[in-house]
Design a protein around this ligand. Structure first.
Ligand code: AGP
Length: 598
């Protein structure tokens, strides 16, 4: 998830662009850049890392009538200056937010006719496509429209060119883009979200998919006429949260979109592919060992069920801080997978180094490119969740789990441990995950109502079986992290081996009761608890008469779709309880977003 800005007008263009990128830095900060154009004069500035590195490089005092800018969250290509936007052709420049799914074939076609590429990114094909069409027919609007027609995937684009220096060409598809009329005559602004526009405009269009146009000092000419003008929020902080109360809430609601991003270019019609993962890494592998901390550990534990069930490969999961000091037995035929949102967690990083030193093949599933772990592992698979600002991890977990599920199928297909029919059935279910993550108002309202009941008591059990056990662990962690109430995740079948002694009306049990996986087993576990007067909240597609409260999930035909919908219920319930307790949802006490110390 990147941030793009554009400006046309008489103010200081570079100042406007840099201020806008500062507001968008929460969307990504691997690198940033701006391009300034005045007729035949172009100046481009790019820098790695945080925006202040770019600010220090922009040393021009020339006044430019227009320009575009970008702050990057890497999805294709390492964070390097060469990969930083704006991307350049012979005479044109583009910034892009999204993923061009068919960039490889477009790049090959363009290279065959002499186009030279300098970056590893998908974005660069856009500017070369534009020039390919313009060189054939020198009509910039036609060249731009022909370019858009060739693109597949998600793309919000701003393009400028020396051949048409008064215009900014724009198009929105998949990723957000806003166009705004400035407060001064002849001013036009663009942004990925509304916070940079506050104070500079009162009239904006939140572009819909498929809407684009050409903007200049004389106005904004849309290619389509079905646009709706709107106002802007008044506060920037409110805007950065896109109207949500907390970054955590925003990130829970973003899960459907970012999970879609995590599948782009990987989930085909009837096969799974990972460009960034050399198949040689699987050759000779007889075992998988996963190592992580916290929420990432829960994703790893979930994956272990899927790897064994689908790929029939032995899979063990370790907590990194334990693994480091247990003198582990490591076989070279083991693929060592570390999972980390930040890519900086000290224990996980050290565990990775231990495995590498022992000669194991290593892979990191990570959300931050160019982080420490990505520089140590043999291969990196990015989760593409975008910046996660809430300390309590949400969208990182859902994208990690989807990526690991796809990896399980990739391994299964590579090792021929799955039938074609089963693979297609799993791929069909994967395609439905974004829908399962779309939050129904009824679900959110129910968690708000339930939250007032669960503010006391002497603790919570979250129980589940199979992959719903790691989900129960995740639900318990979310509650502990932001409400400070005690909670334990437990395998439902274990309750009678001791914990059930705690059962009484003050013991709140959140029971994950999927219809498609061991329902009768979990049902009898919950009956045992209910018979001992525990207060039960069941989360299930099926009503259960012994539960005191109930969060309904949709009936589906695959347990992993129930998994993701129940995940959202758990995330929302913990957030709403935290709100009622008056806690800081985004920055809970005693915690940090990335634990870079032991
Ligand atoms: C999750 O909500 C917590 N913030 C924490 O457990 C986190 O998952 C853990 O510290 C691991 O972080 P990582 O994924 O960045 O390695």
């Amino acid at each position: 998830m990147c941030g793009i800005v554009g400006y046309i007008g008489n103010k200081n263009t570079q100042e406007i662009l840099l201020a806008g990128l500062k507001e968008l830095e929460y969307r990504g900060y691997d690198s940033a850049g701006i391009a300034l154009l005045d007729q035949n004069k172009i100046e481009v500035f790019k820098a790695l890392g945080k925006l202040h590195n770019l600010e220090e490089k922009v040393n021009t005092n020339k006044e430019y009538p227009l320009g575009i800018g970008h702050t990057r969250w890497a999805t294709h290509g390492k964070p390097t200056e060469l990969n930083a936007h704006p991307h350049m052709g012979e005479y044109s420049y583009v910034v892009h937010n999204g993923i061009i799914e068919n960039y490889k074939e477009l790049k090959e076609e363009l290279m065959k006719v002499g186009h030279k590429f300098v970056s590893q990114t998908d974005t660069e094909v856009i500017v070369h496509l534009f020039e390919f069409f313009y060189n054939k027919t020198p009509n910039s609007k036609e060249a731009f429209l022909n370019t858009i027609k060739k693109l597949e995937g998600a793309y919000s684009i701003l393009l400028i060119s020396k051949v048409d220096p008064d215009n900014i060409f724009f198009f929105k598809h998949g990723s957000p883009l806003i166009v705004a009329r400035g407060l001064e005559k002849g001013e036009v602004l663009f942004s990925s979200s509304d916070s940079p526009l506050i104070g500079l405009s009162n009239e904006v269009v939140y572009l819909e998919d498929g809407v684009g146009g050409i903007a200049n000092k004389d106005g904004i000419n849309f290619f389509n006429d079905n646009v709706t003008w709107a106002g802007l929020p008044t506060s920037k902080q409110f805007a950065q949260k896109d109207g949500f109360r907390f970054f955590m809430e925003k990130e829970i609601y973003e899960q459907s979109d970012v999970v879609t991003d995590s599948m782009i270019g990987r989930l085909g019609e009837n096969e799974i592919s990972f460009d960034e993962f050399p198949a040689s890494l699987i050759d000779g592998i007889e075992e998988i060992k996963i190592c992580a901390c916290g929420t990432s550990f829960h994703a790893g534990l979930t994956a272990s069920y899927l790897f064994e069930r689908l790929a029939r490969v032995r899979c063990s999961v370790e907590i990194a801080s334990e693994f480091r000091y247990k003198d582990p037995l490591l076989n070279k035929n083991t693929l060592f997978i570390v999972i980390s949102q930040s890519g900086e967690t000290a224990d996980t990083l050290e565990a990775l180094k231990m495995a590498k030193k022992a000669g194991l093949k290593t892979l990191v599933v990570c959300n931050v490119d160019n982080s420490s772990m990505t520089r140590v592992a043999d291969a990196t698979i990015l989760t593409r969740a975008g910046v996660e600002k809430g300390v309590a991890s949400t969208k990182a977990f859902s994208t990690q789990t989807v990526v690991l599920w796809m990896m399980g199928l990739y391994f299964a297909n590579h090792k021929n441990t799955i039938t074609k029919e089963k693979l297609e059935e799993e791929i069909k279910a994967l395609r439905e995950v974004p829908q399962a993550l779309i939050i129904q108002d009824e679900m959110h309202e129910k968690t708000k109502r339930l939250s007032k009941r669960y503010l006391h008591g002497h603790g919570f059990f979250f129980i589940g079986r199979d992959v719903f056990f790691p989900l129960a662990l995740e639900g318990a962690l979310k509650l502990k992290e932001i409400s400070y109430l005690h909670a334990e995740g437990y395998p439902a079948g274990e309750m009678k081996h001791g914990p059930i002694a705690l059962a009484d009306p003050e013991l709140f049990t959140i029971a994950l009761m999927p219809q498609n996986l061991l329902y009768d087993k979990i049902k009898s576990n919950v009956e045992e608890l209910s018979a001992r007067d525990s207060t039960i909240c069941s989360i299930s597609p099926l009503e259960f008469d012994l539960s005191d409260d109930f969060i309904r999930t949709k009936k589906t035909n695959h347990y992993m779709l129930e998994f993701f919908e129940m995940l959202v219920a758990l995330q929302l319930l913990s957030m709403e309880i935290s709100v009622r307790l008056g806690n800081d949802v985004d920055m809970p006490r005693n915690l940090a977003k990335s634990v870079t110390v032991e």
